[in-house]
Design a protein around this ligand. Structure first.
Ligand code: COA
Length: 537
């Protein structure tokens, strides 16, 4: 290598003239840059501060790692054009969040309610291009009045690109996390609506297709912001929100925690392995050997994951299914555990979470303790079959390796949705008290009896009660026997019955094997891609 030898004379007139001319331009730039940091009229910004809330740029600052650089993008968008503000109603740039390069896009709600004018739309489109080309995760700090209604004609059509691009990135495993800070109507609502992960802030986020006035005009219904689309509604009822943040700081904390779990780069193992905070021995005291006695799956999770740390996804929605991210022996896993029968919401949540883990290259761990999907007229009408099918579809087509542990009951289609043997988990272990069958022995013999009685009645045959009772007892005994974990293991329906206290060790070893396999597969694919060296022709 050779050092370039400069021929510039820094004392020459030409040099000095250039310097002065360029400095003037730079000063002009600085003035414009300063102007672009305007976040709305003092009256509005001070109102936000007085309410203890953050302005758009403060939200970005808190989200970034301390000392992270921030490369602001398109700050002068709209220069010399008619727009709401220089740079539009978005502030955006690239910085480090938990050490990961991320594109941060923040609406500026203190300028025209964060409404999107033509310049803001164009800027957003360019940001989408940057995210896609560079595979950058996007964190969207949302608070927007949607389209600038005065410019609707010029922005309506291309406005759709923003929603299109969020989901196109998702298809390519580039996640978008939306943190909703305030009112986000119509177009503003579809930003979280299309995102992979959504965090909404208590008493602040208000998300709807149409606000109360438009709802009244359209249907005559009278409602208010909070009941129509508040953070609580979306976290507990609609499922539009995945995380219910207590305040702005909490929301930023959750976003950082999530980005930490995003496996966007290499499959990596955490450097430091932390043991669970609770003893595995306690599992024996938590779980009854009678599988009919329910227990909280989180108590098991707390005893098998590193530091008992669990980032729970949609904790308040579809609550009979527990989903979330954790590390086991330093390896990332997405956990799906049963906490009761699967209702439609729980099934949809399961399907959603499986998709997220696939986009995130995160292996799945199923903790099965399931008596099945919810039955009854209400749920059939609601479409429990199609909701169940969505989860079974997601499990069937899931590409990430899975491990299943049967930690209680494994009955009916619940076994399928929770990655039973037919769904090819890489490893499947059972606890010694677990039961696996189409349904419980009592239910099975009860159903059989009802069918037989009905058939006998139709045929006009008198049932011999003594005989029927004996047959029922015999069948029940047989089903009971065939449902046991040891019987199942004998049939090779699992890869072993394990001591529940050893679960973490089995999982650590299984994950080591899985992650090692993934690395080898990647090497192999790279070799296949590079089959030829360069030919000089
Ligand atoms: N298009 C253009 N301007 C809009 C706008 C929109 N979609 N939404 C709000 N604005 C403007 C207001 O006219 C007002 O302008 P001004 O400062 O010149 O008076 C400014 O933004 C602030 O709005 P305001 O209603 O005074 O503030 P707020 O804090 O009380 O409420 C919103 C903010 C976003 C909750 C409220 O303005 C709203 O609901 N807007 C309509 C949202 C909507 O229905 N969008 C559908 C788009 S398809």
């Amino acid at each position: 290598m050779q050092v370039i030898k400069s021929k510039i004379n820094t004392n020459s007139e030409a040099y000095k003239a250039n310097y002065a001319g360029m400095l003037k331009k730079v000063e002009e730039l600085e003035a414009l840059m300063k102007k672009s940091t305007w976040q709305g009229d003092e009256k509005l910004t001070s109102r936000v501060k007085q309410a203890g809330r953050m302005l758009a740029r403060e939200r970005i600052e808190l989200l970034l790692d301390q000392d992270s650089p921030f490369m602001e993008l398109c700050p002068l968008a709209g220069f010399g054009r008619d727009s709401f503000a220089l740079g539009g109603t978005l502030t955006a740039g690239i910085g480090l969040v938990c050490g990961k390069l991320s594109l941060i896009i923040a609406n500026i709600p203190t300028i025209k309610g964060g409404a999107v004018d033509h310049v803001t739309l164009q800027k957003g489109m360019r940001l989408n291009e940057i995210a896609l080309e560079n595979r950058l995760p996007v964190i969207y700090l949302v608070e927007s009045a949607g389209a600038n209604l005065q410019e609707q004609a010029s922005i309506f059509n291309l406005g759709g690109t923003n929603f299109r691009d969020i989901t196109r990135r998702s298809q390519k495993k580039i996640p978008t996390i939306s943190v909703v800070f305030g009112s986000s109507t119509a177009g503003g609502a579809y930003i979280p609506g299309m995102s992979d992960y959504v965090i909404m802030i208590k008493n602040q986020a208000k998300v709807f297709l149409a606000g109360p006035p438009l709802v009244k005009m359209a249907t005559g219904e009278i409602t208010d912001d909070e009941t129509l689309g508040g953070a609580e509604v979306h976290s507990k009822i609609s499922g539009v929100s995945d995380f219910f943040a207590q305040d702005e700081n909490d929301a930023i904390r959750i976003a950082r925690e999530l980005i930490n779990h995003l496996n966007t780069q290499e499959q990596e193992r955490a450097e430091k392995i932390q043991e669970p905070k609770y003893s595995a021995e306690e599992i024996l005291g938590i779980v009854s050997d009678d599988i009919k006695k329910q227990y909280d799956a989180r108590e098991v999770i707390a005893r098998i994951v590193d530091a008992s740390d669990f980032t729970e996804f949609k904790p308040d929605y579809g609550t009979t299914l527990v989903t979330g991210f954790a590390l086991i022996n330093g390896y990332q896993v997405g956990i799906i555990a049963n906490n009761g029968v699967i209702f439609p919401e729980a099934s949809n949540k399961g399907a959603h979470f499986i998709q997220l883990c696939n986009k995130n290259n995160t292996p799945l761990l199923f903790l099965q303790n399931i008596t099945g999907f919810m039955v009854g007229k209400k749920y059939e009408h609601q479409g429990i079959i199609k909701d169940g099918a969505k989860m079974i579809n997601a499990v069937s087509n899931s590409k990430v390796p899975a491990i299943t542990i049967i930690i209680g009951a494994s009955y009916g289609a619940g076994n399928y949705a929770m990655c039973g043997r037919a769904f090819q988990p890489r490893f499947l272990f059972s606890w010694p008290h677990s039961k696996i069958a189409v349904m419980g022995a009592d239910q099975l013999t009860g159903v059989m009896e009802m069918i037989q009685r009905e058939a006998a009645m139709k045929a006009g045959i008198q049932i011999n009660e003594e005989q029927a009772k004996a047959v029922k007892a015999k069948v029940a005994k047989e089903v009971e026997h065939q449902s046991s974990a040891f019987f199942a293991s004998g049939q090779l329906w699992d890869d072993g019955v394990i001591d529940p206290r050893e679960t973490r060790n089995y999982l650590g070893m299984s994950l080591a094997v899985i992650y090692d396999g993934l690395a080898k597969e990647k090497d192999y694919k790279q070799q296949m891609d590079n089959e030829f060296g360069v030919f000089r022709m």
